[in-house]
Write a protein that binds this ligand. Structure first.
Ligand code: NAD
Ligand code: UDP
Length: 317
């Protein structure tokens, strides 16, 4: 029988790509979103797709989407700028929202996959980050509304697995980018591409020596779909292990866009993790997965989308 799946956060960057991937597998997809950080434009291409249904809904309020076989819980503000702006909402969606979606999975005996994050590792003193590392998170700092909500969600997912026998998965996602990333959400790749394409100075926080490991969206979605079909209950890192300093990343953006914009240095946000790099041995062994797209290729595939964002903003101004 055709599978019916629920995707929360469907109008967001990753949620909308996941909708496409699961529709490509001929599933019936129910997308839920309250548009707090998402955009209806990310789902506009599915307007006439009979296998896709959309419900505008805040997942912090209990809801029923009818029988489903799988729940993919992706709803949450995700960029440091968004979750600083929406602090209480972020705590709520990562607690009440996660519990409500776990209840749906329990009601229909559906499998459940939760979008967790490398933020669970905080500012790590183990490098690269392996899934067995418990992390170094500041529980009261400005990032804690996101980090602790995500850690609560992981605990809730494990509890539903232990106490209710729910069939669960946890993916720890490392920085992912690509088309449909919100142009104004302050994340580093969107900021740098938009700045380069509009000839504005590229903002590098701190001295640019902080590192991140950037995964292109198609690689990430491939890993998540594979994880959803595996039997692994414990967290699995999905990310690209090639580590870049932010300064190197800014220079790569300038090369890809051909921009002559300058690089300017700004204050480093509080508790900004110094290093991030996933150990992906588990994903490789368990899922036969590893990323295929280099940062250079991924940036090249993203430029068209961000150029359209710049042109749309210019037309509005
Ligand atoms: P996004 O902001 O583009 O998407 C999140 C979506 O969730 C938005 O459409 C938003 O409107 C929706 N949402 C938020 N609160 C909601 C609520 N209460 N009810 C219903 N919908 C709600 O962000 P994204 O990058 O697509 O992230 C998706 C998920 O992946 C998030 O859970 C995020 O924490 C996780 N994640 C993303 C990254 C990344 O690099 N993109 C890294 C780690 C984890
Ligand atoms: N960053 C930067 N310039 C920007 C935006 C972000 O130098 O315009 C830095 C930020 O301080 C962090 C890294 O880039 O060290 C990644 O930031 P992002 O907000 O994308 O995600 P994070 O991994 O911190 O959640």
């Amino acid at each position: 029988m055709q599978q019916r799946v629920l995707i929360t956060g469907a109008a967001g960057f990753l949620g909308s790509h996941l909708c496409d991937a699961l529709l490509a597998e001929d599933k019936l997809v129910v997308g839920v979103d309250n548009f707090s950080t998402g955009d209806a434009a990310n789902l506009a291409h599915l307007k006439n797709e009979a296998r896709f249904e959309f419900i505008e809904q805040d997942i912090c309020t209990p809801f029923d989407c009818g029988r489903v076989n799988y729940v993919f819980n992706f709803a949450s503000p995700a960029s440091p700028v968004d979750y600083a702006r929406l602090g209480i909402e972020t705590l709520l969606v990562g607690s009440a929202g996660t519990l409500n979606t776990l209840e749906i999975a329990k009601r229909y005996d559906a499998a459940y996959l939760h979008a967790s994050t490398s933020e669970c590792y905080g500012d790590p003193d183990v490098h690269p980050q392996v899934e067995t590392y418990w992390g170094r998170v500041n529980p009261i700092g400005p990032r804690s509304v996101y980090d602790e909500a995500k850690r609560f969600s992981e605990a809730a997912v494990m509890a539903y697995n232990r106490y209710h026998g729910l069939d669960t998965r946890l993916v720890r996602i490392f920085n992912t980018y690509g088309p449909r990333l919100q142009a104004n959400d302050g994340r580093v790749i969107s900021n740098l591409l938009i700045q380069a394409l509009s000839g504005k100075p590229l903002t590098v926080y701190g001295n640019g020596s902080h590192t991140r490991s950037f995964c292109y969206v198609s690689d990430l979605i491939d890993g998540i779909v594979r994880l959803s079909k595996s039997n692994e209950v414990l967290p699995v890192n999905i990310g690209n292990p090639v580590e870049w300093t932010i300064l190197e990343c800014a220079r790569e953006v300038l090369e890809v866009t051909g921009s002559k914009a300058e690089i300017v240095f700004k204050d480093l946000p509080v508790d900004d993790p110094a290093r991030r790099k996933p150990d992906i041995t588990k994903a490789k062994t368990l899922l036969g997965w590893e990323p295929k797209v280099s940062l250079r290729e991924g940036l090249e595939m993203s430029v068209g989308y961000f150029r359209e964002c710049v042109e749309r903003a210019a037309a509005k101004a």
